[in-house]
Design a protein around this ligand. Sequence first.
Ligand SMILES: Nc1ncnc2c1ncn2[C@@H]1O[C@H](COP(=O)(O)OP(=O)(O)OP(=O)(O)O)[C@@H](O)[C@H]1O
Length: 828
Amino acid sequence: MSSQVNGRPTGPGGTVKDREIAAEQRYVDTAYARLEEMRADAQAMIREGYRQSLAGTKGSLVDRDAMVHQAALRAQALDVADDGLVFGRLDLAPGELGTGETRYIGRIGVRTSEHDSLVIDWRAPAAEDFYRATPEDPRGVVRRRVLHSRGHTVVDLEDDLLDPDAADGMTIVGDGAFLASLARAREGAMRDIVATIQREQDEVIRAPVDGTVLVRGAPGTGKTAVALHRVAYLLFRHRRRFGSRGVLVVGPNPRFTAYIERVLPSLGEGSAALRSLGDLVEGATAAVHDPPRLARAKGAEAMATVLRRAVADHAPGAPDELRVVFKGVVVRLDRPRLDRIRNEVHRRSRGSVNAARGRAATMLLDALWRRFTDVGGPEAAEAAEGAEAGLWNAILAADGLAALDEEPTRTGGGGGDPKREQFDARVREQRAFTDFLVAWWPLRRPLDVLRSLADPARLRRAAGRDLDRADVDALAASWAADAPLSYQDVALLDELDALLGSPPRPSARRRAAAEDDPFVVDGVNIITGEEVADDTWEPEMQELTTSMERLERSRRVDDGVVEERPEYAHIVVDEAQDLSPMQWRMLGRRGRQASWTIVEDPAQSAWEDLAAARRAMEAALGGERPSSKSRRRRGGGRRPAKPAPRARHDYELTTNYRNSTEIAAVSARVLALALPEARPARAVRTSGIEPVVRVVPERDLADAARAAAEELVGQVEGTIGVIVPLPPEESGGQPSLFDAPAPAEPGAAWTQAALARIGAGLPERVQVLNVLEAKGLEFDAAVIVAPETVAAQSPRGLRVLYVAVSRATQRLTVLTADPKWSGTLLED
Ligand SMILES: Nc1ncnc2c1ncn2[C@@H]1O[C@H](COP(=O)(O)OP(=O)(O)OP(=O)(O)O)[C@@H](O)[C@H]1O
């Protein structure tokens, strides 16, 4: 028999619950005392590491570094556990010996000095029952207890009785603290859910480590929370594998990454890289979302082909004639010949265009030599040379000196033919040749190539039949020199980076022998663009670091993309339903050997061609090379072996922990309009507060939004989101769904200035943001402005609206200029 109590007074010592709390507090105090000792040990180890360094041998320095590093990590983990160290307790059914085991679960594992377990790390196998046991499948657990603490103090308890038959005399306390915790005020940053992870969520967190885990679920089902806890789990259980090669977490925008950035550190795992799709590429930051039509064009897989053609086109300002002089003979290559050579160099050097300058130089020399021999150059040259040499030899002989020899030839080209070698050497030395090479085959930066496509004629050449005329004009305008980079542009820069590759690296031998390098002209290597010498250059004195720094400088672009692209052992993609095929290609390059966790809700997708995105996702996850012809690995490295097909583990989360049932009902209505066949998740918390829909004249929407936010400031303690339609430059200037007249009041066009006006003077916990920025976030209260406009701004506008109405935990206010929406959102 167990006794269920809800805090009733039961005599001296307070309520039963008070006594239970006091008992747990004693245990928690013991755990904290031990934590203090462990901390002191870690600090002692750090001091010992430094002391060893005084011994001064090389070996001891290495040992010291390893020791200090380990001890510092340990100290950091112990610090994290300071808040809410112990949050769970399991009472197991008596085993054969007749006594039931008790386990305490916490943020980290704590053992006594005799190595007995005091607290089990939540990620350890022995903690799994804490999350998995249910009344239907108690897994030997009689009672599961959640401890709610503030700092070191236990303030509340909540029990689940899982096996009543085995609960002989056990006290059960609980008053819905879990549901109450879901209603807590939001502080603007996501928190970990380590104490209340639910069974279906735990299955995702502990899913098999290899292959791909694909998690689907409606808004608020904990997809983001689960993905982050999975990262902490993977780092704990497979630290060697993931700690060294790294984990990348990708979210839709920086607002979102800022929102989730505290979760992993709060779990003691600060080492994962957190990036948004707009800042995944070094040196490039997205500032805007493209309007739907542009986003569709830029994100489509066809853009890979367009960019490949763009890279193969002649560079802007490239000369269209090469003229050199050899022994008095003018040798010329015209535009058609140059175009043929350029195409041939590109054909042979896919994926490493910048590295192909050497090949370009060689092929130009070949072509020049052919031209030279075609026009009868050798005979003419020999005749001229013979006459000149004869004259000089006669003069020298008169002075008793030796006759003129052939000039010593330099290395490179020629295939052993001395005449050809002499030809190459002479031509390479000519300014006309080197200047031509640099202008004709410039070392290009991704951003330069993208901006060059602002020229519609150039873009048309690259587009072939892959883009229609209207797309070409809109794309060209979007890449004008002063236009901000968009989220889709960042993926295009990465694609271009993969196509261009890095400039060739001079080999160590070539660096050392720069003096003899035929491609070093005036102290600059014309192949790599690297400065290899100045007036005081001395090969033996050249410091390695200096040379490496120069190389680094020559590879780095000022405002473009840095050459090295990190690769990760595990990649988590949140809001994956919105990734375009080009964005998947960008991610695929970062995870060619990675395992993946993908979380998504197709019903929230703003992307139109989901099938194409799916194909691109499969290609990225399969570790396949991108399907465009840019297959060769940059820098000419060895190709990774073809990866084996990856295991796939699919999961669905079904409970909505965010919205009250009242708000969930509104979002279910929008979902029914957007995607009639989709099923909403089950909300678990009823607040008794009905959402409000107000009809307001169009020109008053901005003022009404401000007024609604002011009202909510007095009603909720935490964050408030005012969610407005896209600004004109991101919406493509689309008219309203219901053909409302153009807004007379400029504030109703949702520009940055208008947003700033709505939020001016309101407390910091009020955020005014557009619907795309609201992805993945949540607020205590949300004001949705002009749902009719949101719905009309893109072909997937209703899905975008679905995202917006599912952001609030407690209160939802909708402001519309169209009375129809009142009925649409509220009627049963
Ligand atoms: N087991 C849980 N215990 C307590 N809170 C939870 C639990 N699971 C989820 N939550 C809370 O529910 C809210 C929604 O979670 P989350 O943002 O991860 O959902 P989501 O599925 O990613 O939503 P969206 O699709 O809108 O991005 C968060 O505040 C999260 O902390």
